[in-house]
Design a protein around this ligand. Structure first.
Ligand SMILES: Cc1cc2nc3c(=O)[nH]c(=O)nc-3n(C[C@H](O)[C@H](O)[C@H](O)COP(=O)(O)O)c2cc1C
Length: 176
């Protein structure tokens, strides 16, 4: 169970981004509070309105938006979260994270959080096999980022099942 756990969910511009809606529902069902940060590119794949409706908390996208209530956008979520989960995470965001680039609200959260970080990828096989992507993933693993592997297809570039993502989340923040 994930009761009283605060999870920041990052969504990037990947084909299965709409599956984040199911992921949010399943996390909430287990008692987690979910706060979503989307990249500006991700809004082309799933609408912020639908995401916000599912999460029941305000979706954050813009790094430099003036907050309605005083709450430092770029740091507040990363400070109070028990976990930063990015699902799906793009090759682009992986590359930025591996190199300490913080040029949007999500990558700034990745750089400023002290919480564990889980990435669930979905990357085209050609992109996935590129030396740069492999290098970036290796660097992130060495830095402690946890990658959820796809256990059904045995093909690591394919987005894992929601069930496997949840299992990894539970193992990381609610170990028995
Ligand atoms: C239709 C379409 C589907 C895409 N699917 C993926 C994907 O599944 N994984 C991925 O890494 N990039 C994918 N891309 C490329 C990313 O959208 C692109 O690299 C983008 O700049 C990522 O932005 P973000 O990391 O800021 O969200 C896709 C692009 C298009 C146009």
């Amino acid at each position: 169970m994930l009761s009283e756990k605060i999870i920041t969910l990052g969504i990037t511009a990947c084909s299965p981004a709409v599956q984040a809606l199911t992921l949010i529902r399943e996390l909430k069902k287990r008692g987690a509070q979910v706060h979503v940060v989307m990249t500006t590119n991700a809004v082309n794949f799933v609408t912020p309105l639908m995401v916000q409706r599912e999460a029941g908390t305000p979706v954050q996208i813009e790094q430099f938006e003036i907050p309605k209530a005083y709450d430092m956008n770029h740091q507040s979520l990363s400070v109070k979260s028990d976990l930063l989960l990015v699902a799906p995470v793009s090759a682009n965001t992986i590359g930025k994270a591996a190199n300490g680039i913080a040029d949007n609200l999500l990558t700034t959260n990745i750089l400023s959080t002290t919480a564990p970080i889980i990435f669930a990828t979905h990357i085209n096989p050609t992109m996935y096999s590129k030396a740069s992507v492999q290098r970036n993933m290796k660097l992130l693993k060495e830095d402690g980022v946890i990658f959820v592997e796809n256990k059904e297809t045995k093909f690591p570039s394919v987005f894992p099942s929601i069930e496997d993502i949840i299992k990894t989340v539970e193992k990381v923040i609610s170990p028995e």
